[in-house]
Write a protein that binds this ligand. Structure first.
Ligand SMILES: Cc1cc2nc3c(=O)[nH]c(=O)nc-3n(C[C@H](O)[C@H](O)[C@H](O)COP(=O)(O)O)c2cc1C
Length: 393
């Protein structure tokens, strides 16, 4: 490790220790990142209604607690589509992770593995699956976008299979890219594309964040005219992530992919049934963190319908707005098998690299354990609607 890399690593370790909540990580990420990158993470579609709804829905949850249950050490272990995990929190697929910190998607995958959980690599994370999969000591999952249609999706599947990816996640809520107005205002829509008009203001933002720029420059990442990211797979693809998959396409991928397949980005029992009919072993109730259809329901509100429709046949996961361990407990009590988080770990990554992602997982883990201890609930596998005092609204 070079002297500079060593110094950066020590600074990250210190920064990670100073994080005590997801909110802390967001605050530090805002300080460390150029505004254009922070807003790419933090923003959502149109008026950002759905993003706010996702978070607000958790305020409607009321836990039921059992008193005087004696000493308990809650178990967070569970399994998702056959994979045993120590913590029911997976890291959601996110684009352009490479721009948030030099540790990039490989650092994210290592952090997930170190905490006994799973990281889902996005097609457009900015690092090829052939680089990220070997970095992780536990099998990686891979999320597929294919703007080029099924031949492209097939090729991605084959590449993922060749490097031992365990599960495929097909995102079905992106037939077109949502209108992320913060990106538009920075002049980088499709996200983070640099051209003659926006180069000067973006350059000024980068100059104000020399530490971020130096760390990324050391790993060869450039904001380029083709789009953000390193050369090769994942570079500048954000203009073309729109992937209008049909249920027939999902069934086709199901036949091609030997391992578990999950469908991500549905919000109704009806669509969940279609996904299971197409062969999905799991579904992710998701509105893409509010980045696609603004006005879509909060995922926590959509969860019961999906659990009722397919919960007995498939693993139901949920993401969107989870910022506390208590939110994970609420989602599990409502029937989710596990959750995914997006922005929380991206903020952790931006704030303190791989150590920051680990720290976010540790914070959520500790919050879950405390919540469950206070509720008197010994294991996540025991959570169910009986732990909720009132319907969620
Ligand atoms: C910066 C960013 C990039 C994202 N990129 C992708 C992506 O490439 N593929 C995908 O399926 N979802 C993507 N998502 C959505 C996440 O996988 C996840 O559904 C969402 O972040 C969950 O909401 P949360 O951020 O409130 O946890 C992205 C989200 C963010 C914040």
């Amino acid at each position: 490790m070079s002297v500079f890399a060593d110094l950066f690593a020590q600074a990250d370790a210190r920064a990670a220790e100073r994080l005590h909540s997801v909110r802390d990580a967001r605050r530090v990420a805002r300080r460390r990142l150029p505004a254009v990158v922070f807003d790419y993470i933090d923003g959502a579609a149109d008026d950002e209604l759905t993003m706010r709804r996702n978070e607000a829905a958790f305020a409607g949850v009321t836990f039921r607690q059992k008193a005087a249950v004696g000493r308990i050490v809650p178990s967070l272990r569970t399994s998702v589509v056959g994979r045993e995990i120590d913590l029911p929190i997976l890291l959601a697929p996110c684009g352009l992770v490479r721009l948030m910190h030099a540790d990039g998607a490989a650092g994210v995958a290592r952090a997930a593995a170190s905490r006994g959980t799973v990281s889902v690599l996005s097609t457009v994370a900015g690092s090829p699956v052939e680089v990220v999969a070997p970095a992780s000591s536990t099998p990686l999952w891979f999320q597929v976008y294919a703007a080029g249609g099924l031949p492209e999706a097939d090729a991605l599947c084959d590449r993922a299979a060749a490097v031992g990816v365990e599960a495929l996640v097909v995102t079905v809520d992106t037939p077109a890219l949502g209108n992320r107005e913060r990106d538009v205002r920075h002049g980088v829509s499709p996200p983070l594309r640099v051209d003659a008009r926006n180069a000067a203001p973006l350059g000024a933002q980068v100059l104000m964040r020399p530490r971020w720029a130096a760390q990324l420059a050391a790993t060869g990442v450039r904001l380029s005219r083709r789009g953000a990211g390193p050369p090769g797979h994942g570079n500048g693809l954000l203009s073309s992530v729109a992937s209008p998959f049909s249920w027939e396409d999902v069934a086709h991928l199901r036949k091609r992919w030997a391992g578990p397949l999950l469908v991500k980005g549905l919000l109704s029992g009806e669509d969940a049934r279609r996904a299971v009919d197409a062969g999905a072993s799991g579904v992710v109730v998701s509105n893409h963190g509010g980045r696609q259809l603004d006005g879509a329901p909060a995922t926590l509100d959509a969860l019961p319908d999906v659990v009722a429709a397919v919960g007995s046949y498939a693993d139901v996961l949920v993401d969107g707005g989870i910022r506390r361990g208590a939110h994970v407990v609420a989602a599990l009590a409502m029937g989710a098998r596990a959750v995914l988080v997006g922005r929380p770990y991206l903020f952790g990554l931006a704030a303190a690299g791989e150590r920051g992602v680990e720290r976010i997982l540790d914070i959520l883990d500790a919050e879950m354990r405390r919540t469950m201890t206070l509720m008197g609930c010994p294991a996540v596998t025991d959570l169910g609607p009986e732990w909720l005092a009132a319907p969620v609204h």
